[in-house]
Design a protein around this ligand. Structure first.
Ligand SMILES: [Zn+2]
Ligand SMILES: [Zn+2]
Length: 255
């Protein structure tokens, strides 16, 4: 791997799995201590299956959750089963970064007692403003969504990748995306829709945030299956002059 990081889109369907994609899941890899380190960013419904097209599940080193809506985290329940009941024996816990309630919410989702919950399979770590995760320095910034939700700024070497998570328009997103080499931004809504505030972005709003942040490349994600991709692209062109594309499952980007 010659780039600082490689991003693989495992799933990019917004809000629920679509016919061609699981919900949100991104694999971010970088060289670390003589091998490739694998960080999963979000693990939405359906993603654990598609993930096996791109990596052995045993090779996942850590998980980062933007927030606890099911389309971003619920396949951690399935990953728990894989780690706990694997025929080769239980696997040592790996770090899972996320909102403060992550351990309790996932235990509840699987109908487990809160202790131990999934703590023997995952080492739950609430987001701090910054943390070192293998080769990645990750800054987590609260954004504008109905639940505790974070945008993530991930740096390795001199390169920077930023993921919006789910968010409505906010200047905080511009700050966290400042000068990013690649900005993976949600574009769930269309300008022609009757969109509630403080939930999601349109392509035009994603493009506006990306323009103000001065990002190098814009990648759009989290389009629900009912949304016309060409409308999102047309919306985005009204506010963003640079290179952008709507991501597809299986796409890889060297950053
Ligand atoms: Zn979502
Ligand atoms: Zn959400």
């Amino acid at each position: 791997m010659t780039a600082a990081m490689r991003l693989t889109v495992v799933g990019c369907a917004g809000s629920f799995p679509g016919p061609d994609s699981p919900a949100s899941c991104y694999l971010l890899q970088a060289p670390h201590e003589g091998r490739t380190y694998s960080l999963l960013i979000d693990l939405g419904n359906g993603a654990l299956g598609y993930l096996q097209r791109h990596t052995d599940l045993e090779a996942v080193d850590s998980v980062a959750l933007s927030h606890l809506h099911v389309d971003h985290c619920i396949d951690l329940c399935s990953f728990y089963v894989f780690r706990k009941y694997h025929p080769a024996g239980p696997m040592a816990p790996i770090p899972v970064y996320g909102p403060a309630e992550t351990a309790a919410r996932l235990a509840s989702a699987y109908d487990l007692p809160l202790a131990p919950g999934m703590s023997e399979e995952f080492d739950f770590r609430p987001w701090k403003p910054t943390q070192q995760v293998g080769p990645f320095e990750i800054t987590a910034v609260r954004v504008d969504h109905p639940v505790e939700a974070y945008a993530l700024r991930v740096s390795a070497g001199s390169r920077t990748f930023v993921y919006s998570g789910d968010t409505g328009p906010t200047d905080l997103l511009v700050e966290v995306a400042r000068d990013a080499d690649v900005f993976l931004c949600e574009a769930s809504f269309v300008e022609s829709g009757d969109n509630p505030p403080n939930v999601h972005l349109t392509g035009a709003q994603a493009g506006d945030h990306a323009t103000r942040a001065g990002v190098g490349r814009l990648l759009l994600t989290h389009l629900p299956a009912w949304t016309d991709r060409s409308e999102v692209e047309a919306d985005t062109k009204t506010t963003f002059d640079g290179s952008f594309e709507v991501v597809q499952p299986g796409a890889t980007y060297d950053i």
